[in-house]
Design a protein. Sequence first.
Length: 155
Amino acid sequence: MIESTEPTIRSRELKIVYEIPVKRLISFLEGLKQGKLVTTKCKRCGTVHFPPVADCSNCLNSEMEWIELSNEATIETFTYVTTKPLTFQRDPPYIIAIGRLKEGIRILARLTGMRPEEVKIGMKAKLVIKMISDDRFTYELYPFKDTKDDHREGF
Ligand SMILES: [Zn+2]
């Protein structure tokens, strides 16, 4: 908040809601609902963009193809969050990590199911899409367990 030396009164809290046109990005939202992470690849220069874009920032081309990203990530870095933003005040401390997908895309997400002292840079993680509602979603990273005894789906 900006401190002022002039006399002020405080406004009521404002809530802004935008209607975001998604016609050219609808495949992304449809993919998420199916648990798939899809994004755009420029047909001219081959640049893979994430999040998906309607126009290529590299060559300004508007012809994109949709590609499905892998859900296998390599943990590049992480932090353990104990001082949380207001939105997550009720959550216990959590780990935020950057996972790099095979395609080179980096995704910032919570790393769930581990204690911070167990996390190793370079370890494999599985990216899971979680729908919160019809139009809200989040990603989470889970430790990738490469053991034959573990038959849980996706591991
Ligand atoms: Zn391009």
